[in-house]
Design a protein around this ligand. Structure first.
Ligand SMILES: [Zn+2]
Ligand SMILES: [Zn+2]
Length: 499
């Protein structure tokens, strides 16, 4: 319960004590210690059902503007400002140096969820926020689903925005949120019913100050050792301690040193979270049509095959019947339209060049294997060495690259990791098609040097010499440049600056 004596004690300004968690109680939210996933789900549902006005009403049930003195306000603003400067500095360090974002994007969704929940948990348990766990209701943008969107790009975008706003010289620098701002000027809902309040206490009809304090609290909850930094540190500590869920990604990062990993992380952010729906006849999506149109499914296929064939309208279903009737209820057949469940590359966006390259490759029984990302026909003239490489790769499709020992003995370089294999082969395809564009050579060169320099019969110099023969003398310099973007030292910098 809030202590009222603090309002009269002007000489020693201290933060008011915490208020009771009325919202957590109202929604009967599970204790986080019992079940963090359930706790989170219940909060997300509760927040989605509330308006900012509802939240403000609930949390200001026992107070009004007269509760906060000017000294309180000054103290709140000062402490927010100092934490913001701090947070902005740490976040930009984290985002600009090292491979924090790449590592994060490469983590699987379960690992990402774990870190976000850890951040939320610490923020909700922080004793210095005056509304305790209820503070979460002030931050509708802080949801697991928001942050996990686009393979986790949602979280990186959010951190970038926080760093930008908290680092701006404007005071106060509040994170904008249109949902929350709707509560900026409400009459005090409690005031009207407060006839039993002792006469010496001034009652304010406004909630301007309460809103301001809640806005400061909102920004505190998001910043500091609370949500943003707690989740970021959960990730950083997993990196430095090589946590179980981090091992695979770190192994990948170390073996690719950066360029291939960065490519993969970038590709991943454009992935769809789930397949989209398209009309089997006109190929339009619900978004294309708009106006909340409800798509229909073929009921025969749905009942008999548990298989969904979608149509935007009855007329489209009719128009398509002559084609669909051959399979209807008998066989699971769709056109496999781009982005839909029937498209095995549905996760890739329609405009993704990588996916389109793969969509256009020859497929066996409708499926493409990475083996099929072969050597493309050349648009220019390959060097004799590159021509020999291309011929050998065409003849042995399991091999990702042929390296040659000093005595000319071929070494079959084969990558196991599927993501790395895909990026490697795409880069390989680029240089085989456009021998003058050396971007791809840098990436595959960097990757092979890291993995193969110590292979019996090979060395760094031997591999570089081969690549120069294949793609020109200036390649060596470019690869070294890429290699110098060191990896592990960056992570250490981050660790030292936050410790
Ligand atoms: Zn249609
Ligand atoms: Zn059907």
């Amino acid at each position: 319960m809030a202590s009222e004596s603090t309002t009269e004690d002007h000489s020693a300004v201290k933060k008011p004590n915490g208020f009771p968690p009325l919202l957590s109680k109202k929604f009967g939210i599970t204790d986080i210690k019992q079940d963090a996933v359930k706790w989170n789900k219940e909060w997300e549902a509760a927040i989605a059902s509330l308006t900012a006005a509802d939240v403000l009403k609930e949390i200001s049930q026992k107070l009004d503007d007269s509760f906060f003195t000017p000294q309180h306000m000054e103290l709140f603003h000062k402490s927010l400002r100092s934490l913001q400067t701090n947070v902005a500095e740490i976040l930009s360090n984290l985002l600009n140096n090292g491979h924090f974002d790449t590592i994060w994007l490469l983590l699987n969704a379960a690992e990402q969820r774990k870190h976000i929940l850890e951040g939320l948990k610490r923020a909700s348990e922080d004793p210095s926020t005056i509304w305790g766990p209820d503070c979460r209701a002030l931050c509708p943008e802080v949801t697991v689903s928001n942050f996990l969107s686009q393979s986790g790009k949602g979280f990186i975008d959010f951190l970038t925005r926080v760093a930008e706003i908290f680092g701006s010289p404007i005071t106060p620098a509040f994170l904008p949120n249109s949902w929350w701002e709707q509560a900026s000027n409400l009459p005090n809902p409690w005031w009207g019913q407060a006839s039993d309040v002792s006469p010496q206490r001034q009652i304010s009809q406004s909630t301007k100050l309460v809103f301001e304090v809640a806005t400061i609290t909102r920004n505190q909850f998001i910043g500091e050792w609370q949500f943003v930094l707690s989740s970021a540190f959960s990730i950083v500590s997993d990196i430095t301690n090589r946590g179980e869920g981090m091992k695979e990604v770190l192994h990948f990062m170390e073996n690719t040193k950066g360029h291939v990993a960065r490519c993969l992380a970038e590709v991943k952010t454009t992935f769809r979270d789930k397949p989209i729906i398209r009309c089997e006849n006109c190929t339009k999506t619900p978004d294309d049509i708009g106006q909340n149109v409800r798509f229909m499914v073929c009921s025969v296929c749905k009942t008999k095959l548990k298989f969904e064939v979608h149509y935007c309208s009855q007329s489209c279903q009719k128009e398509h019947w002559s084609v669909h009737k051959k399979a209807c209820g008998k066989k699971k057949v769709t056109r496999g339209l781009s982005g839909t469940k029937g498209d095995f590359l549905w996760a890739f966006s329609d405009s993704d060049p990588v996916a389109n390259l793969m969509r256009n490759l020859p497929k066996k029984e409708g499926r493409l294997t990475l083996r099929d990302i072969g050597v493309n026909p050349c648009n220019g003239k390959r060097s004799p060495a590159a021509e020999r490489q291309a011929k050998m790769l065409e003849a042995d499709k399991d091999v990702d690259y042929f390296l040659f020992t000093a005595s000319g003995e071929p070494v079959r370089f084969v990558i196991d990791d599927l993501g790395a294999k895909m990026i490697f082969r795409i880069n390989r395809g680029m240089i085989m098609t456009q021998p003058t564009d050396t971007t791809g050579v840098n990436a595959i060169g960097e990757y092979m040097l890291k993995l193969m320099s110590n292979y019996p019969g090979l060395s760094r110099d031997i591999i570089i010499k081969q690549l120069c023969e294949e793609y020109g003398e200036d390649i060596a310099e470019k690869i070294v440049e890429l290699e110098q973007m060191a990896y592990s030292s960056d992570l250490l910098t981050v660790r030292c600056s936050v410790a």
